[in-house]
Design a protein around this ligand. Structure first.
Ligand code: 5GP
Ligand code: MN
Length: 351
C-alpha cells in the first residue's frame, strides 16, 4: 500500500465537481512534456470511462514521440486549431488544469484569457510551488515527482483503492517516467515504485513505453545533440554548463518540436557540473531551461532572471526582446549572486 499523502476531503471535493459536470476540458502547460500530455490523457480516459464528454486542449503542439499514447490524436491544439479549442473551452462546464500552477503558463496565444474568462468551474491538480488561486478546488502537492503521480493518488481515493485501466495506466506511467528522467532524479519516494507495480499489474508494458519515448528520435536530432555538446560551455568555478542554440543552428539540423528535449540534462553527467542551462531561440523569445543537482535552487535563478519558475532541480523561464548571446551573458553575469549555493555544492564534491 502507498502512504496516503493526498487530502481525502480535497480529492472528494474534486470528485464532486466532476460528478456535477458533463462536458469537461482538460488542459496543461505550454510546450507540453510527457507529464502534461500523460496526465491530461490519463484524466481524459478516466472521465470517458465514467461516461463524461472529455476533451484535452493543449496550448501548442507536443513532441511527435508522444503520438503513440492512447488518445493523443484526439488532442485539440489551441495554437493550430483555435476555433475548435475555444468552442470546447466555452462549452465546458468544468476545466481541469493539470501540471501547471498559473494561467499564464497556458502560453502566449490568448489561451490564458479564454480560460480565465469562462464562467465554468475549475479544478487544479498540480505539483508546482505557489499555485495561483484561480480554481474552485486546488489540489497542489509540490513534493510529488509528477502531476501523473499525484493524479494516480487522487484516482486511488476516487476508486476506493482500486487500480486504474490500462489506458489510464499507460499515460500515467509516461508522465512519471519523463518527469523523473526515467527515475533517475526526484525519485526516491518508495511509493513511486509501488505505483509502478500497480501500473504493471494494470497491464502496461513499461519497457515498451520507455522505447516509445526515448528510442524514437531522428538521426538529425542526434547530430544536433553532438553539435550542442561540442559547443557546450563549462564554467568550472561555478560548476555550471551553458548551451545556446540559435534558430539558424536548429534549422541546420531540421529542428522539430521535442528534438532538444533532454539536452539540458546531459551536462549534469559531467563531474563537477551541478547547474546546467540550455538557451534556445524560439520565434519571439529565448526559452531558458535550467537543471541542477543537489540543493542548488535553479527555480530561484529562473524566477529572478527569466520571469519563470519551476522545481528546485528543474525550472525554466523566458527572455523577450533580447538576443540569444545577451541572455547567455546575463546568466553568466548572474552566477556570482548564487555563490553561496555553488559553494555548498562544491563542498559536497570535495568530500
Ligand atoms: P523545461 O525546461 O522542461 O521546459 O521545464 C522544466 C520545468 O520548469 C517545467 O516543468 C516547469 O515547472 C518549469 N518551467 C519551465 N518554463 C517555465 C516558465 O516559463 N515559467 C514557469 N513558471 N515555469 C517554467
Ligand atoms: Mn510535471
Amino acid at each position: 500500500m502507498i502512504t496516503q499523502k493526498v487530502d481525502k476531503v480535497l480529492a472528494l471535493q474534486a470528485k464532486d465537481l466532476i460528478m456535477k459536470a458533463n462536458d469537461i476540458v482538460i488542459t496543461a502547460h505550454v510546450s507540453p512534456d510527457g507529464d502534461a500530455v500523460g496526465s491530461t490523457l490519463a484524466m481524459c480516459h478516466y472521465l470517458s470511462a465514467m461516461g463524461k464528454k472529455a476533451t484535452v486542449v493543449l496550448p501548442n503542439a507536443f513532441p511527435a514521440f508522444f503520438k503513440w499514447m492512447p488518445g493523443a490524436r484526439e488532442i485539440v491544439v489551441f495554437k493550430d486549431n483555435r476555433r475548435n479549442a475555444i468552442n470546447a473551452i466555452n462549452q465546458a462546464d468544468l476545466i481541469i488544469c493539470q501540471d501547471f500552477n498559473e494561467l499564464k503558463r497556458l502560453g502566449e496565444e490568448g489561451m490564458p484569457a479564454v480560460v480565465r474568462d469562462t464562467k465554468c468551474k475549475k479544478l487544479m491538480i498540480d505539483h508546482h510551488l505557489n499555485p495561483e488561486p484561480f480554481a474552485d478546488v486546488t489540489i497542489s502537492y509540490p513534493q510529488m515527482s509528477s502531476a501523473c503521480e499525484l493524479l494516480y493518488r487522487v484516482m486511488q481515493i476516487w476508486n476506493g483503492g482500486l487500480s486504474v485501466d490500462v489506458n489510464v495506466a499507460m499515460c500515467i506511467y509516461t508522465g512519471m517516467m519523463t518527469d523523473t528522467g526515467a527515475f533517475s532524479y526526484n525519485s526516491n519516494d518508495p511509493d513511486i515504485y509501488y505505483i509502478i507495480a500497480e501500473l504493471i499489474k494494470a497491464g502496461i508494458d513499461k519497457d515498451e513505453i520507455h522505447r516509445n519515448v526515448f528510442n524514437n528520435y531522428t538521426a538529425d536530432r542526434y547530430r544536433m545533440m553532438g553539435y550542442a555538446l561540442t559547443k557546450m560551455e563549462i564554467i568550472p568555478e561555478y560548476g555550471t554548463s551553458i548551451i545556446t542554440m540559435s534558430r539558424a543552428e536548429l534549422n541546420n539540423f531540421n529542428y522539430r518540436k521535442g528534438d532538444t528535449e533532454g539536452f539540458v540534462n546531459m551536462p549534469l553527467s559531467i563531474k563537477g557540473v551541478f547547474f546546467s542551462a540550455f538557451l534556445k531561440e524560439e520565434d519571439n523569445l529565448i526559452k531558458v531551461s535550467l537543471r541542477s543537482q543537489g540543493d542548488f535552487p535553479c527555480n530561484i535563478v529562473a524566477s529572478e532572471n527569466f520571469g519563470g519558475g519551476g522545481h528546485l532541480n528543474a525550472s525554466g523561464g523566458e527572455a523577450h526582446g533580447e538576443q540569444l548571446e545577451d541572455v547567455a551573458q546575463r546568466l553568466r553575469d548572474a552566477l556570482p549572486r548564487y555563490k553561496e549555493y555553488f559553494d555548498k555544492e562544491m563542498a559536497k564534491l570535495a568530500d
